[in-house]
Structures are given as structure tokens and as C-alpha cells.
Design a binder for this molecule. Structure first.
Ligand code: COA
Length: 147
């Protein structure tokens, strides 16, 4: 297997949005990804055997960086790719001398929470009823990773 992580390009958006719609209950739109690219956020994709199978978006602040989105195609999950991409984003933040990486995650998203904990993130806050669901609201868990 050969995997590479590279910068996301406009031409990747069809593949990125297809995965996003497959794996997220409340997916980002194509416009959200296009805006992230335009805004200069760190947008990267993971290719395996030349096929785009994942992506992540990190917004850089002065001291912190915030992971805004990460996704791995359904057929490729639980093979370590999410961790690979997350480690790549953490390495970028470390190289930029950021002090920590933060993120918000739906309380029901147990696979993502497990990925983040596994990588060393810890819960740093809770926002009650922060996200809309199909039939109500759910909490956001705030997590942080000290670099
Ligand atoms: C979250 C996500 C990116 C994880 O990607 P992945 O490639 O499947 O994760 P990995 O295989 O690298 O898993 C790394 C570790 O995370 C944990 N983990 C990941 N998925 C898990 C699951 N479904 N159940 C339990 N633990 C899980 C495990 O500890 C795992 O290590 P292990 O396989 O050695 O036990 C993927 O499930 C996904 O795309 N989800 C939909 C999008 C999403 O929710 N994104 C995050 C919110 S923005």
C-alpha cells in the first residue's frame, strides 16, 4: 500500500464532497470546502494507491489551530488512515509552533471521539445542545491537544 498526504486542490472537491456526504450526518457543502481553500486554511487530502480516500481541514489561529473537519471514506475506515491524517495535521501545527490544537465534536460521534482520544486529545469543555440533529439537539464536546 502507498499512501500520501498532500494539499487539497480545487480539482479534488468532487471527490472530497462525495466522501463528506457519505460519512457525515450534517455534511459540509462544496462551498464550505471552496471557502476553506480560499481562506487559506490548511486543507489536505490522503490518497491511497492514487485514490483520494480522506481529507482534513485545519484553521490556523495565532497560538492555536482548530481542526474543522476530517473524513475517511466509509470503505477505508478502521485501517489507520484517520490517525495518519490527524498526525499529519498535528505535525504541521507543531512545525508552526502552535501551542495546541482544538476541535469540537458531536457527543454521539463515538468513532471520532475514539480517534481523538487515541491520538492524545483530552476533553476541555462541553457545549450543551450545541448541534442540531434530525430530531432535536446534541452536545458538543470540546477537545484539545497540547503540542
Ligand atoms: C473519525 C474517522 C475520521 C476515523 O477514521 P479512521 O480511518 O476510521 O480511523 P483509524 O482507523 O485511524 O482509527 C484510529 C483509532 O481511532 C479509534 N476509532 C476509530 N474509529 C473507531 C470506531 N468506529 N469505533 C471505535 N474506535 C474507533 C480507534 O482507537 C482506532 O485505533 P484502532 O483501530 O487501533 O483501535 C472516520 O470514522 C470518519 O470519517 N468518520 C465520519 C466523519 C467524522 O465524523 N469526522 C469527525 C468529525 S468532524
Amino acid at each position: 500500500m502507498s499512501e500520501i498526504v498532500r494539499e487539497m486542490m480545487q480539482a479534488d472537491l468532487d471527490a472530497v464532497v462525495a466522501i463528506e456526504q457519505q460519512v457525515h450526518s450534517h455534511p459540509w457543502t462544496r462551498g464550505n470546502f471552496a471557502d476553506a481553500l480560499l481562506a487559506g486554511y490548511l486543507c489536505r487530502v490522503l490518497e491511497s494507491e492514487g485514490v483520494l480516500i480522506g481529507y482534513a481541514v485545519l484553521m490556523s489561529g495565532v497560538d492555536d489551530a482548530e481542526l474543522l473537519d476530517i473524513g475517511i471514506s466509509a470503505a477505508q475506515q478502521r485501517r489507520g488512515f484517520g490517525r495518519m491524517l490527524l498526525e499529519n495535521m498535528l505535525a504541521w501545527a507543531r512545525a508552526q509552533a502552535k501551542q495546541r490544537v482544538v476541535l469540537e465534536v458531536r457527543a454521539s460521534n463515538l468513532s471520532a471521539i475514539a480517534l481523538y482520544r487515541h491520538a492524545g486529545f483530552q476533553q476541555i469543555g462541553l457545549r450543551r445542545a450545541y448541534y442540531l440533529t434530525d430530531n432535536g439537539r446534541e452536545d458538543a464536546i470540546l477537545m484539545g491537544y497540547e503540542l
